[in-house]
Design a protein around this ligand. Structure first.
Ligand SMILES: [Zn+2]
Length: 423
C-alpha cells in the first residue's frame, strides 16, 4: 500500500467565483465553516513536526441554478490519487451494495451478456456482487492503491479519472453499458459538465444510469454540516440534479430515498429519447418535498448557517462540562467528516483524547489538523472511557451494537449530529 503524504506542492486553485454548473457569477454564502485541512490526509508521527495546509470551507449557493457548491481549492488529482477511504470496512455499506446488485439484476434483467460500469468503483466493494451473479463489469477508479485491491478480488478495474475522454474511448471500443452507476462520486467531481456528459456517452440507447449522493434536503434538515468538506465540491438537491442531467440529454425517471450517509437519493436516469422508462411518481414526490422546504428559491438556503452555529455551541458545552467533571472522552471512527466537525468546533486532544478506527491504514496515524491519535478499536476496552463520541454518526446503530461492552463500566455514547445526544 502506498503511503499518504501531506501535499508538498499544493497547486492551490484560484477561486473562480463562477458556478460550477451554469457559470453564473452570482452566488451567495450558504455556510462558512472557516479553515480546515484536507480531511482524508491522515498524518503519520513523522508528519507531526511539519506544517499542514488549511483551506477555506466556504460554501455558496448559485442564485441562478441553486447548485450548492464549494470551490476546488485543491486539485482533485492531489486529493484522490492516493485516497485513504476503503469502502469495504463497513458491514452495513457492503450489505447495501449487495442489495443494490440483486435489485438491479432483477429490475433490468441483467445476464452474463450484459455490461455494468461503476465510476469510482473503489476497492470493488460493490461490483464484486455483480461478479458473483455472473454479470460482466468494469470498475473505473483513479486511486491506484485502491484499484489494486479490486483487481485482486476479481473485479476488472481501470486506473483512470472519469470524463468524456475516457467514455469516448470506451464507446469507440463498443463498451457502452446497460447499467452505469456512480455512488457518492458526483459530489467529488470538479468538472461536473464533463463528467455528466461522459456518463451519457457510456450508456447504451436503453441503458440506465443510477447515481447515489447525499440529499441536500436531509443535510439541511438533519444539520449534517460535517458532510461538507474539501473533497465534496457540490451538494445536490433533486431540483439541481434534474437540471444538470437534463442539460446533458438525460431524463430522470425514478428516485429512491435511502438512509445511507444521513439520507441519500438514488436517482435513475436514461437518455431523454428512451421510451422504455416511464417517469415514476417518486420523482414528483421528492420535488414537492424540496419545494415545501424552500429549496426552489435562493432565500430558502439562508437559515442553515445559524443552525450550524447552535450545534457547535451545544457540542462544545457538553465536552467542556465533561472535561471539568474529570470524565474521560474517546472518539470512535476517523471518517473524513470528523475533520470538518472538529475544526469548525475547535475540538482537539484536550477534549477528545484519542479515537479508534477499524481501518489498519488509519491506525497509528492522526486526525488531520487536530492530531488526535487514531488507535485500534481494542483501545476502548483497555482504557474504559466514560464517553465514546461516535464520529461517523450515520453508522451509530451499528457502532453502538458493536460497542455494547462499554456499558460494563458505565460508559455512554455521544452522538454529535444533528445535535449532541447522550445514549
Ligand atoms: Zn449555477
Amino acid at each position: 500500500m502506498a503511503t499518504m503524504t501531506l501535499p508538498l506542492e499544493t497547486q492551490q486553485k484560484t477561486a473562480t467565483d463562477k458556478c460550477r454548473f451554469c457559470g453564473s457569477g452570482s452566488r451567495r454564502t450558504f455556510v462558512d465553516l472557516g479553515m480546515s485541512p484536507l480531511c482524508e490526509t491522515y498524518p503519520s508521527s513523522a508528519d507531526l513536526n511539519r506544517g499542514e495546509v488549511y483551506y477555506p470551507l466556504h460554501v455558496y449557493v448559485c442564485d441562478q441554478c441553486l447548485l450548492v457548491q464549494l470551490d476546488e481549492y485543491e486539485s482533485a488529482e492531489n486529493i484522490f490519487s492516493d485516497y485513504a477511504y476503503f469502502s469495504s470496512y463497513s458491514d452495513s455499506w457492503l450489505k447495501h451494495a449487495d442489495n443494490y446488485c440483486g435489485k438491479m439484476t432483477t429490475r433490468l434483467g441483467l445476464t452474463d451478456r450484459s455490461f455494468v460500469v461503476e465510476v469510482a468503483s473503489n476497492d470493488g466493494y460493490l461490483l464484486q456482487y455483480f461478479v458473483q451473479r455472473n454479470v460482466p463489469v468494469l470498475g473505473i477508479e483513479p486511486a491506484a492503491n485502491v484499484a489494486k485491491v479490486a483487481v485482486e478480488k476479481g473485479v476488472p478495474t481501470l486506473v483512470r479519472f472519469f470524463g468524456t475522454q475516457l467514455s469516448e474511448e470506451l464507446a469507440a471500443e463498443g463498451r457502452c453499458a446497460d447499467l452505469v452507476l456512480g455512488n457518492n462520486v458526483l459530489a467529488q467531481v470538479p468538472d461536473l459538465n464533463d463528467f455528466v456528459e461522459g456518463l451519457k456517452t457510456l450508456l447504451k440507447p436503453e441503458g440506465v444510469l443510477t447515481l447515489e449522493f447525499p440529499h441536500l434536503l436531509r443535510l439541511i434538515e438533519h444539520n449534517e454540516f460535517d458532510t461538507i468538506y474539501h473533497e465534496h465540491f457540490s451538494y445536490f438537491s433533486m431540483l439541481s440534479t434534474i437540471r444538470i442531467l437534463n442539460a446533458h440529454g438525460l431524463k430522470v425517471f425514478d428516485v429512491e430515498e435511502l438512509t445511507t450517509h444521513g439520507g441519500s437519493l438514488r436517482v435513475y436516469a436514461c437518455r431523454e429519447e428512451s421510451l422504455t422508462h416511464p417517469i415514476q411518481s417518486s420523482v414528483g414526490k421528492v420535488i414537492a418535498d424540496e419545494e415545501k422546504a424552500g429549496l426552489a428559491s435562493a432565500d430558502g438556503y439562508a437559515s442553515f448557517a445559524q443552525q450550524v452555529k447552535q450545534t457547535k455551541l451545544a457540542l462544545v458545552e457538553f465536552l467542556l462540562t465533561a472535561a471539568r467533571e474529570g470524565k474521560s472522552v474517546a472518539g470512535y471512527g476517523a471518517p473524513g467528516k470528523s475533520a470538518t466537525l472538529l475544526h469548525y468546533c475547535g475540538i482537539g486532544k484536550d477534549l477528545i483524547e484519542y479515537t479508534v478506527d477499524r481501518s489498519p491504514y488509519k491506525q497509528s496515524r492522526f486526525l488531520p489538523g487536530s492530531h488526535i491519535p487514531i488507535y485500534h478499536p481494542d483501545r476502548i476496552q483497555e482504557t474504559k472511557p466514560d464517553y465514546v463520541v461516535i464520529l461517523p454518526w450515520n453508522l451509530k446503530d451499528e457502532i453502538m451494537n458493536q460497542l455494547q461492552f462499554i456499558r460494563d463500566w458505565g460508559g455512554r455514547f455521544v452522538v454529535p449530529i444533528p445535535r449532541v445526544a447522550v445514549y
